[in-house]
Design a binder for this molecule. Structure first.
Ligand code: AMP
Ligand code: ZN
Length: 466
């Protein structure tokens, strides 16, 4: 079966296609840069990375845009508390976010764009909504009048007809005619940053940011829009009202939402204080690949409950994968190629691909990999896996790693690169040949101290990172 995704808009699993050509136009809501992101946020960004990689594996190229929300109430509050200008404050956390995503090997979207660099586009979007009769002004702020957009609620499948004016829906503390209405442009306030614009002095609301930037770079209709489930309402519902209110065309064809990462059965969140940042976990000695593996291993529409046992299990799974790769590369198998093993490899690849085609079922994809490893290890022990079968197995591992990207160890701080390890091993081998055993032992100890385990085998020296 072909590649398919669950679409929040239709509540159906649908075959994926692009509107035109082989380039996927995709938008992702990025972070609000007032602090370090936590691993819950990073779960959603990891899902997006797996999505990108699998779309590419299926022959698509990407035009992917992610915003950085660098003007917002919490930013203003925290920058003030830190006594720093907004730009200086957000620059630190924008860089921290980019560094964290790089550490987790998340591919950088084709464009990462900051809200404050797109104020004219947002002002224009507000003006266009006004021309089309979707707005009103109250106390200098501009609001979206939801009653002018009949499709409101179609993404979150909420029926808003029963909500009375005056009931609270959005958390913005601004006066509005109807509880569902939301602010597009916030009137300037004393002590807050503001821009002097054609829609008055002030700053943009959060929702208009995404519609304006998505439409600028990707056009009226996007193929995919992603985010965490908490963004479905009101943020994405509002993005639709804005974009479709301007263009009159469908804004997004496939809406994909990632479930939350929880801890002790509660959503991990800054406001609850129950969070770990990536940096917290790295400080405790966990490898970035283990964290990446854990975040990717649970299908994105299932809740992921974070535990340290889960993280240790992820590290252990990576060890098994690396040991297997090492065995494939270093064992001496008997000559020839066993057709039954070739067949087994094809079956594994098909199962792996089918799992990811099925709305990115990463758990099943990993299941296909480990079942294959178990079967082929047994075949190796029994002498049924032959030298000619190794290339197929390595190609399968490469296909796996093009998506999961966990096989190559991250360089530890102060750690050795692959090349440095090889050089030391070569030096140790010459030292042993020259019967300089004390130097050979010294090198082994140095490698061990830096987390490199070496093993002398009939075929030569094998090494791996502990
Ligand atoms: P924010 O900076 O709060 O806008 O969040 C950035 C992204 O992380 C959004 O897509 C959120 O939906 C997502 N997110 C927030 N908390 C969690 C969580 N506990 N688990 C997974 N994703 C989350
Ligand atoms: Zn957004």
């Amino acid at each position: 079966m072909a590649l398919r995704f669950y679409n929040t808009l239709t509540q159906l699993v649908e075959p994926f296609s692009t509107l035109d050509g082989k380039t996927v136009r995709m938008y992702t809501c990025g972070p609000t840069v007032y602090n370090f992101v936590h691993i819950g946020n990073l779960r959603t960004f990891t899902f997006q990375d797996i999505l990108r990689r699998w779309l590419r594996a299926r022959g698509y190229s990407l035009n992917h845009v992610m915003n950085i929300t660098d003007i917002e109430d919490k930013i203003i509050r925290d920058a003030k508390a830190a006594g720093k200008p907004i730009e200086e404050y957000t620059a630190v956390y924008t860089q921290a976010f980019l560094d964290d995503t790089a550490t987790l090997r998340l591919e950088r979207p084709e464009r990462v764009v900051a809200a404050t660099k797109h104020i004219p586009e947002m002002v224009e979007a507000v003006q266009q909504l006004t021309e089309r009769g979707h707005t009103y002004v109250s106390d200098g702020s501009v609001y979206y009048r939801i009653s002018t957009f009949p499709g409101y609620g179609k993404l979150s499948h909420n029926d808003f007809s029963g909500i009375r004016a005056g009931a609270r829906v959005d958390v913005d503390e601004y006066d509005k005619d109807d509880a569902r209405d939301f602010v597009l442009w916030k009137a300037a306030k004393e002590g807050e940053p503001s821009w002097d614009t054609a829609v008055g002095p002030g700053r943009p609301g959060w929702h208009i940011e995404c519609s304006a930037m998505a439409m600028k770079y990707l056009g009226d209709t996007l193929d995919i829009h992603t985010g965490g489930v908490d963004l479905t309402f009101p943020h994405h519902e509002n993005e639709i009202a804005q974009a479709e209110g301007i263009s009159g065309k469908q804004f997004v064809r496939f809406w994909l939402h990632a479930e939350h990462l929880s801890i002790d059965a509660q959503k991990m969140s800054k406001s609850l204080g129950n969070f770990y940042t990536l940096r917290d976990l790295l400080k405790q000695g966990f490898a970035p690949e283990a964290i990446r593996y854990l975040l990717a291993s649970v299908p994105y529409r299932k809740k992921l409950n974070f535990t340290f046992e889960g993280l240790q299990a992820a590290a252990h799974s990576i060890d098994r994968l690396r040991n297997y790769e090492l065995r494939l590369k270093t064992d001496k198998f008997a000559e020839g190629s066993n057709p039954a093993m070739e067949e087994r490899t094809h079956k594994a690849i098909a199962a792996f691909e089918e799992a990811l085609d099925d709305d990115l079922n990463t758990a099943e994809a990993l299941g296909a990999v480990f079942e294959y490893i178990r079967d082929t290890n047994t075949a190796m022990d029994a002498g049924d896996f032959l030298a000619g079968n190794a290339a197929g197995a390595l190609a399968f591992l490469a296909r796996f790693d093009a998506v999961f990207d966990v096989l190559k160890p991250s360089a530890k701080e102060g750690g050795l690169s692959d090349e440095e390890v090889e050089t030391l091993i070569a030096e140790r081998t010459s030292a042993k040949k020259a019967r300089n055993f004390s130097r050979a032992d010294e090198i082994r100890a140095e490698l061990s101290a830096k987390g490199i385990v070496i093993e002398d085998t009939k075929e030569g020296v094998r090494w791996k990172r502990a």
